[in-house]
Design a protein around this ligand. Structure first.
Ligand code: LLP
Length: 410
């Protein structure tokens, strides 16, 4: 049997091998399950590298001065910071914890941007002591907290743009906890000067999992019209396909929309998270229980759930699933997790081929905000992260142990 490609929801280079099993980064995921156990986050390293190069090339083809900044909240672990540092990206961090990881991953402090709507004095101390390139100031209180410190800053603007995406992940609207509304920006600029901060430009991020190119284009227009600044940061937000019916814009089309307006003498910054890592990762589980309720529903329960993927529960996010060695089934089932909660449903309407205990189940497109938002609900152990490349697999974050669960007890 010839190996066949799988849909665009899976990591680049994924295929079904001669045994009809899914391969990610050249690794047979049924064998990965055997070797490393489940659940596990499996990434195709080359996918992340290809997407970072697509960003760099798209900018390079259109503009001289730019920076592509990895929004690391999507997937903060030292191995991925190291990977993007090697590829020549900058990074942003949304806390002192992410800063710690970025430095551990080898990022030059100069290339780090720090975000946060409520950075504590300790966060700001850590950032300045590490020598981060820029702090993106978010409030008048924060400007006060930085008074007299030697800091380069950007002012975060809420541009009054509301893209269509889940309301929890819209950030550019006026009614937001983030940044300065358009009317407050002149005062924020003055406050930075008065506090002795070096203000290098403006930042805005309109939201996440956005497909609407016009919203990004409008954002660029709003920022360009806000005066002459050396740096303009247009945030992130480009969406990815979670299911095969979704067709997000290509990275190149997104960059094209951001740069449709002329930027003169400006360094343009862009801050993608999800679109760099989301499609690169899948989660593998083992099916444990199949419960058929005639005329009602079939529940296929796996050995993870809302502790390794909170997105279905938080945002109603839809995923696909397949049995890793029997793709393309027609039995409509609901994939449940193993948590003590009825809402612990990973996929409401998956089509599987006769699922049974022991099967390896895969959910694609879990590379962003999966590991990042993993938790220990019901004292489940957080899964390992495995990077695959050319048929070699390496664990970059190990599975938690029961000792990890009691480690902080005093
Ligand atoms: N820049 C800033 C200032 C941000 O707040 C974010 C995301 C990004 C960049 C990157 O956005 P991306 O390119 O990844 O869309 N947990 C949610 C997503 C929250 C996004 C928060 N901010 C989810 O799972 O959908």
């Amino acid at each position: 049997m010839a190996a066949v490609a799988v849909s665009h929801v899976y990591p680049l280079g994924s295929r079904l091998n001669e045994q009809g099993r899914l391969e990610v980064g050249g690794c047979d995921v049924v064998e990965l399950a055997r070797e490393f156990g489940t659940p596990a986050y499996v990434y195709a390293e080359d996918d992340m590298r290809a997407r970072s190069r697509a960003y760099l090339e798209a900018f390079r083809a259109r503009i001289e001065r730019f920076e592509v900044i990895y929004a690391s909240k999507a997937f903060p672990c030292t191995a991925v910071y190291r990977l993007f540092a090697e590829e020549g990206l900058s990074t942003d961090v949304a806390s002192a914890g992410e800063l710690h990881l970025a430095l551990a991953g080898g990022f030059e402090p100069e290339l780090i941007y720090m975000h946060g709507n409520n950075k504590t004095p300790a966060d700001l101390d850590d950032a300045l002591e590490a020598g981060v390139g820029h702090i993106v100031v978010d409030s008048f209180d924060e400007i006060d907290r930085l008074r007299g410190r030697e800091a380069r800053v950007l002012v975060r603007v809420t541009p009054g743009i509301k893209p269509s995406t889940h309301s929890y992940i819209q950030t550019g609207q006026e009614d937001s906890k983030f940044g300065f509304g358009l009317d407050d920006v002149p005062r924020a600029v003055a406050a930075c000067a008065e506090a002795g901060l070096q203000l290098d430009g403006l930042h805005a991020h309109i939201g996440s999992q956005v497909f609407e190119l016009e919203a990004f284009e409008r954002l660029a227009e709003v920022l360009v019209d806000m005066g002459d600044w050396p740096l303009l940061n247009l945030g992130g937000g480009l969406g990815i396909a979670y299911t095969r019916d979704q067709r997000p814009p290509a990275i190149e089309e997104y960059v094209d929309a951001l740069l449709r307006h002329a930027f003169e003498g400006v360094t343009v910054l862009c801050e993608p998270g999800r679109s760099l890592v989301g499609s690169a990762g899948v989660t593998i589980y083992t099916v444990g229980t199949v419960k058929r309720i005639p005329g009602v529903r079939t529940y296929v329960a796996v050995d993870g759930g809302m502790s390794d993927n909170l997105r279905p529960m938080l945002y109603g996010a839809r995923y696909e699933a397949e049995i890793a060695d029997r793709f393309g089934g027609g039995d409509q089932v609901t994939i449940a997790g193993m948590h003590c909660e009825s809402g612990d449903i990973l996929v409401r309407d998956a089509l599987l081929d006769d699922p049974r205990p022991g099967d390896v189940l895969v959910t694609p497109a879990t590379g962003a905000y999966g590991h990042a938002m993993a938790n220990n609900y019901n004292a489940l152990l957080r899964p390992p992260v495995i990077f695959c490349k050319d048929g070699d697999a390496r664990v970059v974050v190990r599975r938690e142990t029961y000792d990890d669960l009691t480690r902080r007890d005093v």
